[in-house]
Design a protein around this ligand. Structure first.
Ligand code: ZN
Length: 479
């Protein structure tokens, strides 16, 4: 029986969509060599320029991180499963100090409302009062935030904060079940508040209609007992993590992509933090977000419910929260796997000698700041001028055909991202190529790929067709 390597869905386009690869038993290094020999396009995603395993890719043999074993020399024997787990974008002391001083007594209505909780010995009247006195900050009222907010409100968490500056878009409704069609264009945080207060008037919902930033994160996080991270981008992930470590708060984390979800509880006082798991973020564009890669509508429902479960366990102080463990869920094979996480003794934020002691610039940290990508980016305005002057360049649209049909820039040429490698012959390496997609993530990936194939003059249109629609031509539909 060989060793089975499980390929995460973010990387399956490099393995002809195969979820598994089999290799003979041996060291992780040899097994990866077999994998990369069979699927060479995976290489830049797993290894850096020096052939070292990338920082944002973790490898597990069964449930153990190879960093806690013998690294790449770790032996995987017949029947073992090797997991490749990349970071994906697309949510105190030993006891919590409850911060709300609301009445601790339960009213008659509340006794009826929560009767199914009161019947469980692990919750009971004491547990229900504890929930009433507790508070949770939900960051992001989107796909994960929808089930999260609803279950925490229904369960009677006394004070719920919702941070979201966004408005409801038609394309959100496939998974964001907090909202209705007639609310398109309205504030997510405000509509969420309306829905939750209608569901349970005993709960106070606090709306923070603002972007979470290094300037406001720490103050916000300090005001709640538990933080639930339902965001979809790396800068906010690291910001939430660092704010929680600095404030000593538990961070109930989840992320989703296509059919896969990850859930954990990062709580520096008791276990590892997000940075222990992924010390550095992936370079921009290498890991697509849900907006770029898509997500099965029910997935955030499942994963956000798991997050709500962890938040309630932390608040009730029952069970075994996912501290020091990462739960991986694959909706396609309906498979749950849990791997062990370790605290990194050299962690820059939760280790004994932290170098990150205040919140930093997370856009910059994630390579999205001005300096890192400026020369790579072209403003939509410049693209417009050059199209008008009929300059000689290719405006390459790497979105899917259905997106092209929804909206496209006249003069652009469609080659969907996944078809670029096999249709490379249609493109001229000597010609200047400006790549664009919906927001920019896929375009960055394709641009990197084209550069690796000898295209010298490749750049990316900043902000994709979404920015084009906003800045240049409002008649271009958004989606
Ligand atoms: Zn850490």
């Amino acid at each position: 029986m060989p060793v089975r390597i499980r390929i995460p869905s973010a990387l399956r386009r490099f393995t002809s969509n195969n979820a598994y690869f089999e290799a003979p038993a041996g060291s992780v290094r040899d097994i990866l060599r077999h994998l990369l020999h069979a699927h060479p396009e995976l290489k830049p995603h797993l290894l850096d320029a020096n052939g070292q395993l990338r920082n944002f890719v973790n490898i597990y043999v069964n449930e153990n991180d190879i960093r806690s074993l013998q690294g790449e020399a770790t032996h995987a024997k017949e029947g073992d499963e090797v997991l490749v787990v990349p970071a994906i974008a697309g949510g105190a002391g030993p006891l919590l100090r409850m911060q709300t001083a609301a009445s601790t007594e339960l009213s008659r209505d509340e006794l009826v409302r929560y009767s199914r909780h009161l019947l469980i010995p692990e919750v009971g009247v004491e547990g229900q009062k504890r929930l009433k006195q507790s508070s949770a900050l939900i960051i992001g009222a989107g796909g994960l935030g929808s089930p999260l907010a609803q279950y925490l409100a229904a369960a009677g968490v006394g004070r719920i904060g919702i941070v979201d500056f966004d408005t409801i878009d038609l394309s959100n409704l496939q998974r964001q079940t907090l909202y209705t069609t007639d609310q398109v264009g309205q504030s997510k945080a405000e509509m969420a508040q309306r829905r939750l207060e209608a569901m349970n008037p005993n709960v106070r919902v606090e709306v923070h209609r603002e972007r979470l930033t290094s300037a406001n994160a720490l103050e916000l996080v300090k005001r709640y007992d538990v933080v639930v991270d339902g965001t979809d981008n790396f800068p906010t992930r690291y910001l939430v993590n660092d704010a929680c470590v600095l404030a000593g708060k538990p961070n109930v984390y989840a992320s989703i992509y296509r059919f896969e979800g990850q859930v954990s509880v990062f709580w520096a006082a008791k276990g590892p933090c997000y940075r222990c798991l992924y010390p550095t973020p992936p370079p921009p564009g290498l890991v697509p977000s849900c907006a770029e890669g898509g997500v099965l509508g029910v997935l955030p429902g499942i994963v956000g419910s798991l997050q709500a479960n962890e938040a309630l366990k932390v608040l009730l102080r029952i069970g075994e929260p996912l501290i020091g463990r990462l739960l991986l869920f694959d909706a396609l094979d309906a498979n749950f796997v849990t791997v062990k996480l370790r605290k990194n003794p050299d962690c820059v934020v939760c280790g004994p000698k932290p170098t990150v002691t205040t919140l930093i610039d997370y856009e910059d940290f994630c390579g999205l700041g001005s300096s890192a990508t400026d020369e790579f980016l072209v403003a939509p305005q410049e693209v417009k001028h050059r199209l008008e002057r009929h300059e000689d360049f290719v405006l390459l649209d790497v979105r899917e055909p259905f997106e092209y049909e929804l909206a496209h820039i006249p003069g652009s040429r469609l080659v969907p991202m996944n078809e670029v490698p096999k249709r490379l012959g249609e493109l001229d390496p000597a010609k200047e190529t400006i790549v664009h997609c919906h927001h920019g993530g896929r375009a960055m990936q394709v641009a990197g790929f084209l550069r690796s194939k000898g295209f010298q003059r490749v750049r990316v249109m900043d902000g994709g067709i979404a920015a084009w629609s906003e800045d240049i031509d409002p008649s271009t539909p958004t989606y």
